[in-house]
Write a protein that binds this ligand. Structure first.
Ligand SMILES: Cc1cc2nc3c(=O)[nH]c(=O)nc-3n(C[C@H](O)[C@H](O)[C@H](O)COP(=O)(O)OP(=O)(O)OC[C@H]3O[C@@H](n4cnc5c(N)ncnc54)[C@H](O)[C@@H]3O)c2cc1C
Ligand code: SF4
Length: 452
């Protein structure tokens, strides 16, 4: 508003209004200006309203940023919106009453493009918030933790993004292969845990340098990238994949990255033990025993490249190991014409349920232990209620899964066990975060409450 007043003063001066005859001339200049200004303010007000609604919906679910995220210095912020446009994830920042806000914290993945774009240097990137601290393991520049022989690379160490994870996986392995004792004795040189970008790059490096190694992965190749929504635009930067060479991706899709990694895995023959989960590490005199759900490995070093998203919480019911059971939704289309059970009452469960119910021919059951959805956004609850009214979703609150069979599920509800025909089960019961396990291994952790 100050800017407009100054502009009007300048205009009066420039037009040198001296007499009443000059007033129509002045109005002819002013009218379009006032109209444009009014439209501009209205658009801004609407944007502000939308951002406030988004921020309130996120606050309602207790959403917090998963990794590095921006905080804004309101003494410097002009509300220009450059940061909003710069963010590749789209709906993370918003302008409310002429200031930038983190309106969708859990969608922030730490690109840092907002900080680089801000002309006022008003943005700082931090870990954790005052309300919820973020546990970051303490690692040395060579990626070794305070436990000699245990290394951490990738997002688990704090720095997210695909390129960083690839670089760190490679650099950590460069260090490990130069350690004394590598290549000698009966123990493996290294066990690599996780086959996301960090663990995949580390495995290729280990293969290239003929280390005696095993890579285990509780799920499938690609880590978090494999679970991006279908067609997601991925912003990354060129990185060096051992054996393959330079990967020149900048803006690409999830599918292109996954196709490249599958191709590299096939061509190089790198061995990854899928569906194998690390469960414990015990120190021995000259290394570690690493226990998984399938084997025990004797190893001199361990590289933890397990990301920050943890291990999905299981229900521990009969039949949970059937191939039709998954722990996240990647592509609703794959469930067309199927009978799907979604377990859980949070946003992931409700989003999975209503997006599958939108697909033709589906019928969806939502089973949740609670009496009501406690941590889900209103818009998701509303969509479930609408679908329920239209007969596309059946909701069973205060229910529990008893067994999963190849073509049915058994659910206890209202004092009885009911059997429903079923083609697929998606369990969204949250995750077990890696921090308690790291602490058990003796790894030092620092909790950050909104600091760099
Ligand atoms: C929605 C979303 C969008 C994103 N978009 C982008 C983007 O556009 N550009 C970008 O650069 N980054 C993006 N990221 C961030 C990027 O995906 C991560 O920073 C990157 O995948 C981290 O790689 P990582 O190898 O460290 O961990 P992860 O990719 O998380 O891989 C860790 C692997 O370890 C496995 N694991 C975990 N625990 C165990 C265990 N106990 N035993 C065996 N295996 C285990 C997991 O199954 C997983 O496969 C995005 C993230 C999200 C969530
Ligand atoms: S780019 Fe900087 S000045 Fe502009 S809205 Fe964002 S934080 Fe504020």
């Amino acid at each position: 508003m100050d800017g407009l007043l100054q502009f009007l003063k300048d205009l009066f001066f420039l037009l040198s209004i001296n007499s009443a005859e000059d007033i129509p001339k002045l109005l002819a200049y002013l009218a379009p200006l006032v109209i444009t200004w009014t439209i501009f303010r209205r658009i801004k007000r609407k944007g502000s309203q939308r951002s406030t609604e988004k921020m309130q919906a996120a606050a309602q679910t207790g959403a917090e940023p998963a990794t590095l995220h921006p905080i804004i210095d309101y003494n410097k912020c002009l509300g220009c919106g450059t940061c909003v446009t710069a963010c590749p994830e789209g709906d993370v920042l918003g302008i409310i009453n002429d200031k930038a806000f983190l309106v969708n914290p859990s969608h922030c993945i730490g690109h840092g493009a907002c900080k680089a774009a801000c002309p006022q240097d008003a943005i700082t990137l931090v870990f954790g918030t005052a309300r919820r601290g973020l546990d970051i393991p303490v690692v040395k520049p060579n990626f070794e933790t305070n436990v000699p022989g245990i290394f951490i690379a990738g997002e688990l160490g704090g720095m997210g993004l695909i390129r960083n994870a690839i670089e760190q996986g490679r650099q950590a392995m460069d260090y490990i292969m130069k350690k004394p004792g590598v290549g000698k004795g009966n123990a493996l040189d290294v066990v690599i845990v996780g086959a996301g970008p960090a663990g995949f790059a580390a495995s290729l490096c280990a293969l290239k340098n003929r280390l005696r190694f095993v890579t285990i992965e509780q799920d499938s190749l690609g880590g978090t990238v494999a679970h991006f929504p279908r067609g997601k635009i991925v912003m990354t930067a060129p990185a060096e994949l051992p054996i393959y060479g330079k990967v020149n991706f900048r803006e690409t899709t999830k599918e292109s990255i996954m196709a490249l990694w599958q191709e590299v895995a096939k061509k190089t023959g790198v061995r990854i033990n899928y569906m194998e989960r690390m469960e414990n590490i015990t120190k021995t005199d000259d290394g570690f025993i690493l226990e998984t759900n399938k084997h025990r490995y004797l190893t001199k070093n361990v590289l933890l490249s397990i990301g920050r998203r943890g291990t999905p919480r299981t229900l521990d019911v009969p039949g949970e190991d059937l191939p039709k059971v998954t722990y996240s939704l990647t592509d609703p289309e794959q469930y067309r014409n199927q009978k799907v059970l979604v377990v859980g009452g949070g946003n992931s469960a409700l989003e999975a349920a209503h997006s599958i119910a939108d697909e033709p021919g589906t019928s969806v059951i939502v089973s949740y232990r609670g009496k009501a959805y406690s941590r889900a956004a209103d818009k998701n609850i509303q969509k479930i209620t609408d679908h329920e009214a239209a007969g596309r979703i059946k909701v069973l609150l205060e229910s529990e899964i008893q067994a999963i069979k190849p073509d049915s599920v058994e659910i206890s509800h209202g004092g009885k066990v009911h059997r429903f025909k079923n083609d697929a089960v998606i369990i969204c019961a949250g995750g077990v975060l890696p921090t308690p396990m790291l602490k058990k291994f003796g790894i030092e952790i620092e909790t950050k409450f909104g600091t760099a």
